[in-house]
Ligand binder design. Structure first.
Ligand code: FE
Ligand code: FE
Ligand code: ZN
Length: 278
């Protein structure tokens, strides 16, 4: 079965998101853990978490994806900025224990002028401080487009981080189709080769989730501007091949396309129709 959903607003809580997802035919979803600008988060509502967990089980929902604020930078040159990332991400992980067994995705960060090596050191240091062997959430590094000095454009950069993370069984990768395409991976003409490369460098067992987006820009543009499914430079055929690829079978696939709920529902219907599995 295809595990497919979209990004939803978390403002009304978990149970609301779960019901909203079901109302548009989704069996997974993604949400921001807090406002990406102000970093404020609501007080944790344990009753809402419990009600969601029960509801989600009753509808057979798949793993969901919490997304850290994209404005955090775990590898900033500024210690205060790194400390903020540490505080927010530790708090997010503590809260996610109330909806156990899901994913926490984050952007590795931008090294600015320090270089990839120093940036990588900071990211590894942060992950080893926030991750605990007993945690029930798997942390995902998102593949990035390589805009500015973003770390995580290449599979090698992600591997360099994963190799040094101590809680090996709780670290994985979320592959964003717009990002890897903008990053230079040819998922339109050479999808098998891209997955082969991922497998050789990182290992497909680390691939845990997918962000399915079309791209407003051509391959290798390093831009990161998402487009609606089938309306961009990746195109519907390539995205259909992507969701049908054996490497993606069973993984939660989340749309982050420029849509409101109705648009997401249409894309979900469209993709379900193109899915060749059971
Ligand atoms: Fe993201
Ligand atoms: Fe993404
Ligand atoms: Zn993006």
């Amino acid at each position: 079965m295809l595990t497919l959903g979209c990004h939803l607003s978390a403002s009304k809580g978990f149970l609301h998101m779960g019901k909203e997802a079901v109302s548009i035919g989704a069996n997974t979803f993604q949400f921001f853990t807090r406002n990406p600008r102000g970093f404020k988060s609501k007080e944790l509502d344990v009753g809402d978490c419990d009600a969601f967990v029960e509801y989600w089980k009753s509808v057979g929902g798949g793993k969901i994806v919490a997304h850290a604020p994209y404005t955090l930078n775990a590898c900033s040159a500024d210690e205060k900025t790194r400390e903020l990332a540490f505080m927010i991400m530790s708090d997010d992980l503590a809260r996610l224990e109330y909806v156990p067994g899901n994913y926490y995705n984050f952007h590795p960060g931008s090294h600015v002028k320090q270089g990839v090596e120093i940036g990588t050191d900071y990211i590894v240091d942060l992950l080893n401080r926030i991750m605990k062997p007993e945690q029930k959430t798997t942390v995902l590094l998102e593949t990035m487009a390589g805009k500015g000095s973003e770390i995580g454009r290449t599979f090698e950069e992600l591997k360099a981080i994963i190799d040094r993370v101590e809680c090996k069984e709780k670290i994985g990768v979320c592959m964003d189709t717009c990002h890897i395409f903008d990053g230079g991976y040819d998922i339109v003409n050479d999808l098998d080769k891209v997955f082969e490369e991922f497998d050789n460098i990182i290992g497909l067992d680390r691939l845990c989730a997918v962000h399915l987006n079309d791209s407003k820009n051509p391959i290798g543009s390093h831009k990161d501007r998402h487009e609606c499914i089938g309306k961009g430079n990746i195109g519907l055929d390539a995205l259909a091949r992507f969701i049908n690829h054996s490497a993606v079978r069973g993984l939660p696939v989340v749309l982050e396309t420029p849509n409101e709920l109705e648009g997401y529902k249409q894309e979900i219907d469209l993709l379900k129709g193109l899915y060749e599995g059971e």
